[in-house]
Design a binder for this molecule. Structure first.
Ligand SMILES: Cc1ncc(COP(=O)(O)O)c(C=O)c1O
Length: 364
């Protein structure tokens, strides 16, 4: 979306995002049977839209789930009980990935990373060389809890050089808003409510040929999450279980808008919004959590100034300006604020949120 009115004031969290009017209108279409010819055609257009936008021939598995569902599904489809996996830590969502792995009885190891720092690829190399054999490496691309973008291409290269491990990537808050070579990984998952600018409700997963082989021998139990059920059904233009049909309508509309805007323009818009966020927060005297060179283009986190309490700040922002920012998660709760700039957001929307924040911090 390049022209038109700015998004209405309101949500500036790192997903869900405000909806584009065409996306919102698409959701209001009359429901269709998810087993009929219309659904078959719709699923075909959606799958093609993702292929075109991402520049891949891999077909997405469309799960009726949030991002965590896709995270769980990825592990359940590709691994067996007791498989050793290595995660990167460094934030709420990387820790969640390891937590889900643990819940599934995998042997987890974490490359302890301070929250707010990107993982240095050489540290991953050492961990792979010196540790026990690793079946899968769990990577988070954009760590939404800190605003850090981990150096995914370099991390993937290190895994390929040092091991036969599968590379499983949480791209929940990056895919669609920043470049990511889906084909270079073994599994990549994302969720509708993030950079895709859609309502919550659907998660998308892409898996490689290698992952397909792993899937055939993987022994963790799965039924609702079984990728092969989704793939077999999709080949017949079907979904195995009732999908969130209005979100699929929204998805077709959103992908159409993104394709019309063009992939590079979408990424540039996210980069411009991110630059605006970083510039404005720093100009207010706030210190950013992520270093400039590892800052995500979809979310920016900043330390709260001393003496500023998050509950009061968020209340003032909402009551006086109708602006919703996100607070800190986990160990950063009460210590940081997070400004989301993804989906249809543009730099000028970020400026409006920043104006409100500035006015609240000044106490006016
Ligand atoms: C990087 C990342 N991974 C996973 C999740 C979990 O997604 P969901 O809340 O859709 O389950 C989120 C949500 O913010 C996220 O940002």
């Amino acid at each position: 979306m390049t022209g038109g009115a700015p998004i209405p004031p309101g949500l500036h969290v790192p997903g869900p995002t405000p909806l584009h009017p065409e996306v919102a209108a698409a959701m209001a279409q009359p429901l269709i049977s998810y087993r009929g010819p219309e659904a078959r055609a719709l699923l075909g257009r959606i799958a093609q839209g993702f292929c075109d936008f991402l520049g891949t021939e891999l077909q997405p598995v469309l799960l009726t789930a949030s991002g965590t569902g896709a995270m769980e599904a990825t592990l359940a489809n590709l691994l067996s009980p007791g498989d050793p996996v290595l995660g990167i830590g460094g934030g709420q969502f990387a820790e969640r990935f390891l937590g889900v792995a643990e819940a599934f009885g995998l042997e987890t190891r974490s490359l302890d990373t301070p929250w707010g720092r990107a993982v240095a690829p050489e540290r991953l190399r050492v961990a792979l060389r010196t540790g026990p054999e690793t079946r899968a490496v769990l990577l988070t691309h954009s760590e939404t809890s800190t605003g850090v973008l981990h150096p995914l291409p370099e991390l993937v290269r290190v895994v390929r050089e040092e091991s036969d491990a599968l590379v499983l990537v949480d791209a929940v808050s990056s895919l669609g808003g920043m470049p990511l070579a889906v084909d270079s990984c073994d599994a990549v998952f994302t969720a509708s409510q993030k950079a895709w600018g859609l309502p919550p409700g659907m998660a998308m997963v892409w898996t490689s040929e290698r992952a397909a082989a792993a899937e055939r021998s993987a022994r963790l139990p799965r039924y609702y999450w079984s990728f092969s059920r989704y793939r077999d059904a999709l080949a017949r233009g079907l979904m195995p279980f009732t999908p969130a049909v209005p979100v699929l309508f929204a998805m077709e509309a959103g992908l159409g808008l993104m394709l019309r805007e063009g992939r590079d323009a979408v990424f540039r818009r996210h980069a411009e919004a991110a630059a605006a966020a970083r510039g404005r927060l720093q100009a207010m005297g706030l210190r950013l959590v992520a270093d400039e060179e590892s800052a995500s283009n979809t979310v920016t986190a900043a330390w709260l100034p001393s003496g500023v309490a998050w509950p009061e700040l968020t209340r003032a922002l909402q009551q006086r300006h109708g602006i919703v920012l996100a607070g800190g998660l986990g160990q950063l709760q009460g210590k940081i604020l997070r400004l989301g700039h993804l989906g249809w957001t543009r730099a000028r929307d970020v400026h409006r949120a920043a104006d409100a924040l500035e006015s609240c911090l000044r106490g006016t």
